[in-house]
Design a protein around this ligand. Structure first.
Ligand SMILES: Cc1cc2nc3c(=O)[nH]c(=O)nc-3n(C[C@H](O)[C@H](O)[C@H](O)COP(=O)(O)O)c2cc1C
Length: 435
C-alpha cells in the first residue's frame, strides 16, 4: 500500500490532515465530509493516542479502481473479465524473510465510526486463510470488533468462502488459523473484493493483477504466509463452537446491525512493517460501496454474458440493492430475459434490476430513471416477481420480492428517442475557458 500511496501523492490524490483528530467519531466525520467533495485518499498524520498515521478512502474511487485494472473507459466489468481470463490457477508466490516488529492490538489506532457502534472496529481487515483440507487460500473482508489485546469478534456472512473454511475446521473441533491484513497493496484489496468460484485461489487473482510473483513472508505464530508489505498483520485463529456477542455496528445499508452472537478471533500476534500506516474504512461510504459494487457487478456481468447476447456493462449499487445493465437489444423481450437472469445471478444484491440502452449512463440512477420515464409506459415495462427471498439478513422478509424495470427504447421506434447532443461538447475542457 505504501507504493500506492506514494503514487497517489504524486498524482495529487493524497490529501493530508496535520491537526490532531480524535479516532472516536471525529476521524470518521472528517472522512465522510471529505468524501462528499473529493474521491482522493485522506491521510491523518496525528491521531490522538495512536503511534501511527491513519489513511482512509484509499480505494473509494471508481476512476482509480478502473485505472488499477487498465479500464480507462470506466467499464470495469469487461476489463476485469479479460484479466480473470489470464489469471493462473495457482498463485506464483515468492517467500521472503519476515522483517516485522511485534506490536499490541491496543497500540493500533482505535477508530469508532458510528454513534451506536459497540466500540472500535477493524473495518478494512482482509482475512487470509487456507482451506483446512485443500489448502486453497481465500481472502475476504470481515469487520472485527476490538475486545482486548487477545480477542476480536468477527462477523462472517453466510455466503462467504471463509464460512465454509471455518465450518470444515469446526466439524473437526479445530480452530481455523487466519491472518487479518490491514493496509494492503491494491492487488490484494481487489482480489479480496472479488467473488470467484469457491475452489479458486484468490491469491492467484492478486498475482494476475500484480503481473508477477507476490512476495510473501511467514507469519510468526500461525502456519500462514502473508503479503510481505502488509502494513499490519493480526495473526490468530477463529475458535470452533464459540460465539460471543458482537455489535451493534453501523453497516453498509445505512442502519445498525444489532448485537448478535458471532465468531471469536483469538489473537496470537500483531506485527507491523517499518513506519506502518493504518487503514481506516468508513462502512457504507464510497470506500466500502464502490469496491463492493465492482465485486458484485463483475459477478453478475460474468453470469449474464455467459447466457445472453448484447450485454455491454453492469453497474450495481449495493446500498440500493440495485443492478443496472446496459444492453444492445436484440429481440422483443430481451430486457426481460436480462432482468430474470440478473435476479438469479446474485441472491443478495439484485432486489431491483434496471435495463437500459447503450446511450445511458448506468452509474447515474437519474439517467437510468430518465430513460425509463421518457421511453415508454410504466406499467408494461415493470416486472414484479413476488415472494422471492433477497438479501440474506432479513428476519422479517423486508427484502423479499424483485422489481425489474425495462428502460430501453420501444423496439422499431429507436430513432424517435435519439439523445440530443451539442457537437464538440464532450471535448470541452473548462480549464481552457475559465482563465
Ligand atoms: C470494503 C468491503 C468491506 C466488507 N465488509 C464485510 C463485512 O464486514 N462482513 C461481511 O460478511 N462481508 C463484508 N464484505 C463483503 C465480502 O466479505 C466480500 O465481498 C468478500 O471479500 C467476498 O468474498 P467471497 O468470495 O468469499 O464471498 C465487504 C466487502 C467490501 C468490499
Amino acid at each position: 500500500m505504501r507504493a500506492y500511496l506514494d503514487s497517489l501523492r504524486d498524482a495529487g490524490d493524497l490529501h493530508v490532515v496535520r491537526r490532531e483528530v480524535d479516532p472516536k467519531h471525529e476521524l470518521a466525520a472528517v472522512t465522510a465530509a471529505f468524501q462528499k467533495r473529493n474521491d482522493g485518499a485522506i491521510l491523518f498524520e496525528n491521531v490522538r493516542g495512536a503511534a501511527m498515521p491513519v489513511v482512509s478512502n484509499v480505494y473509494g474511487s471508481r476512476r482509480r479502481l478502473c485505472a488499477l485494472i487498465g479500464a480507462p473507459d470506466l467499464a470495469f466489468c469487461p476489463a476485469w473479465d479479460r484479466l480473470m481470463a489470464g489469471a493462473p490457477e495457482r498463485a506464483d508466490l515468492q517467500q521472503v524473510p519476515g522483517n516485522r516488529r511485534r506490536v499490541a492490538l491496543s497500540d493500533l489506532p482505535q477508530p469508532v465510526y458510528f454513534e451506536k457502534d459497540a466500540g472500535p472496529y477493524i473495518t478494512s481487515g482482509i482475512l487470509l486463510a487456507n482451506h483446512p483440507e485443500t489448502g486453497v487460500p481465500t481472502l475476504s473482508f470481515h469487520r472485527a470488533m476490538h475486545v482486548d489485546d487477545g480477542e476480536l469478534r468477527i462477523r462472517i456472512g453466510a455466503s462467504h468462502d471463509l464460512t465454509r473454511y471455518q465450518q470444515t475446521a469446526e466439524a473437526k473441533d479445530e480452530p481455523l488459523e487466519a491472518a487479518i491484513l490491514i493496509g494492503t497493496a491494491p492487488e490484494i484489496f481487489l482480489a479480496a473484493c472479488a467473488s470467484i468460484p469457491p475452489d479458486a485461489d484468490e491469491l492467484a487473482v492478486a498475482n494476475a493483477l500484480a503481473g508477477g510473483p507476490l512476495d510473501m513472508a511467514p507469519c510468526e505464530t500461525v502456519g500462514l504466509s502473508a503479503p510481505a508489505d502488509t502494513q499490519i498483520v493480526v495473526e490468530g485463529r477463529i475458535l470452533p463452537h464459540e460465539r460471543r456477542p458482537e455489535g451493534p455496528f453501523g453497516e453498509f445499508m445505512g442502519y445498525y446491525v444489532p448485537e448478535e452472537p458471532n465468531h471469536v478471533f483469538e489473537v496470537t500476534a500483531v506485527t507491523a512493517c517499518a513506519d506502518p500506516v493504518y487503514h481506516a474504512l468508513v462502512c457504507g461510504s464510497p470506500e466500502d460501496l464502490i469496491p463492493l459494487e465492482t465485486a458484485v457487478a463483475s459477478k453478475i456481468y460474468r453470469h449474464l454474458t455467459a447466457r445472453l447476447p448484447g450485454i455491454l456493462d453492469v453497474a450495481c449499487n449495493p446500498q440500493l440493492l440495485n443492478t443496472a445493465v446496459k444492453i444492445r437489444p436484440q429481440y422483443d423481450g430481451h430486457a426481460r430475459h436480462v432482468m430474470l437472469a440478473a435476479f438469479g445471478a446474485h441472491m443478495d444484491y439484485s432486489k431491483t434490476c434496471m435495463v437500459t440502452d447503450e446511450d445511458v449512463d448506468i452509474h447515474d440512477l437519474n439517467d437510468v430513471w430518465w430513460a425509463f420515464v421518457t421511453r415508454g409506459r410504466a406499467d408494461t415495462r415493470s416486472l414484479v416477481v413476488p415472494d422471492v427471498p433477497g438479501f440474506y439478513r432479513d428476519p422479517h422478509r423486508d427484502h423479499w420480492g424483485r422489481l425489474g424495470i425495462d428502460a430501453t427504447k420501444p423496439r422499431g421506434r429507436e430513432a424517435e428517442f435519439e439523445r440530443k447532443r451539442i457537437p464538440g461538447g464532450e471535448r470541452i475542457d473548462l480549464a481552457d475557458w475559465l482563465a
